[in-house]
Design a binder for this molecule. Sequence first.
Ligand code: NI
Length: 138
Amino acid sequence: MSGVSRFGVSIETTLLDRFDTAIKQKGYKKRSEAIRDLIREYLIMKEWEQDIETVGVLSLVYSHHSHELQEKLSGMQHEDHDAVISSTHIHLDRHNCLEVVILKGNSSIIKKISERLSSTRGVKHGKLIMTTTGSGLD
Ligand code: NI
């Protein structure tokens, strides 16, 4: 960590009251913690815009009964083995599977792979969480 800076912010009282209520409901003890998290969130969003190396967590829900689909999704992940660093398959119930794919690489590549996997016929729901390698975030 490279030191701590303090800064003053002028903000409308009603806006600050709403913010304080919202962060209290989320469990924040201090306003500064919530503001730090918002800043980190913004910087991660910028990382994704800049197409630099980052991390994505993709969840896919699909039917267990579609064996071809499982093979297809696995084949696609093999093709992109440089970016796919891990995947886990969970049997949700008798009929549904959840696959969690962890991707590391440039954001444009992660997005492309995630869109391709999510849009594969038979995938019921695909959701990408755009996170970070953590570098540069204290
Ligand atoms: Ni399964």
